[in-house]
Design a protein around this ligand. Structure first.
Ligand SMILES: *[C@@H]1O[C@H](CO)[C@@H](O)[C@H](O)[C@H]1NC(C)=O
Ligand SMILES: *[C@@H]1O[C@H](CO)[C@@H](O)[C@H](O)[C@H]1NC(C)=O
Length: 284
């Protein structure tokens, strides 16, 4: 309770935001955009070269948004078969085999992400395990409680065995792909694989200030752009997930790095945060 480190502070403050989804978001966003304005134009490296491959056109003159949100036309020369979703590893050009030294346990990338919260590794995430997982990555008690209730309530139905949902709100990791929601970056496919080309597009489209990172403003641009029509649940979930990721993973200058986000997808980020936190509390 008394560990008043930065993590639990941001976490408890985002727990408030967790509940006030859309009313305050706009206001707060502009406030932070204003604060982060200082970082704009720091280094405007171009994200994409137009490449030698002129045969595939990725921009339609009558759809200006296709020119604003660019794709990396050179991706195939940086990573083999970038269009092919990876079942076991979160692959990008710098990590073609996923996170170095990590055992995937034959789980899909989405299962690996969720498995961090399966504290006793029995394939089922109960609310108290969700709570422990959130505490382990440095979140405060209010957010961890809220997350456990909201997440297990929302997702237990999707993975339930048989007819009736269990009052213990279990989430079965074997069927976690049924919990995928809309209005996201689509870096997980419908079966929970990792889509390298969709992951890369996060940065080619929105990482304008630095091509391997997102500012808060750029992240918000992405969330807004990813809205599917009528999908309020997906929007809310995507917003909460990315806001939490930003508060846990941003650097001192307010950038959320590509490698941090990649670590979120395969869950290795959670393990790093937990390790950092336990070594931190041992040394103090
Ligand atoms: C990835 O794995 C392949 C096949 O095992 C290996 O040949 C290659 O060197 C690995 N690449 C990296 C960057 O580790
Ligand atoms: C993963 O599955 C393959 C093929 O079924 C098997 O050979 C391998 O031992 C499994 N690895 C782990 C870590 O379970």
């Amino acid at each position: 309770m008394h560990q008043s480190n930065g993590f639990s502070y941001v976490c408890s403050s985002s727990s408030v935001l967790f509940f006030i989804f859309f009313g305050l978001v706009e206001k707060e966003r502009w406030c932070l955009i204003y604060l982060l304005g200082a970082f704009d134009n720091m280094d405007s490296t171009s994200t994409t070269s137009n490449g030698d491959d002129n045969t595939v056109v990725t921009q339609a003159p009558n759809a200006p948004v296709t020119a604003q949100r660019k794709l990396n036309v050179d991706l195939q020369s940086q990573l083999p078969k970038p269009y092919l979703p990876r079942a076991l590893v979160a692959a990008d050009p710098d990590h073609p085999n996923g996170t170095e030294g990590r055992d995937h346990h034959n789980m899909s990338v989405l299962q690996q992400h969720v498995s961090f919260f399966d504290r006793n590794k029995d394939g089922i995430v109960y609310p108290w395990e969700t709570y422990q997982g959130f505490r382990a990555i440095g979140c405060g008690i209010p957010l961890s409680l809220a997350a456990a209730v909201i997440i297990n309530f929302a997702f237990t139905i999707q993975t339930k065995k048989g007819w009736l949902p269990s009052p213990l709100l279990p989430i079965y990791i074997v069927d976690i792909h049924k919990c995928k929601h809309g209005s996201d970056s689509e870096s997980y496919d419908t079966e929970g694989r990792f889509e390298p080309s969709k992951f890369d597009a996060i940065f080619s489209k929105y990482g304008v200030t630095r091509h391997n990172a997102l500012t808060l403003e750029e992240m918000n641009n992405m969330l807004q752009a990813n809205h599917n029509a009528g999908d309020f649940l997906g929007r809310g979930a995507a917003w909460a997930e990315w806001r939490l990721l930003f508060s846990l993973g941003k650097d001192e200058e307010g950038f959320l790095h590509r490698e941090t986000i990649r670590g979120l997808y395969d869950g290795s980020l959670f393990e790093q945060l937990e390790k950092r936190r336990t070594t931190h509390s041992k040394s103090t």
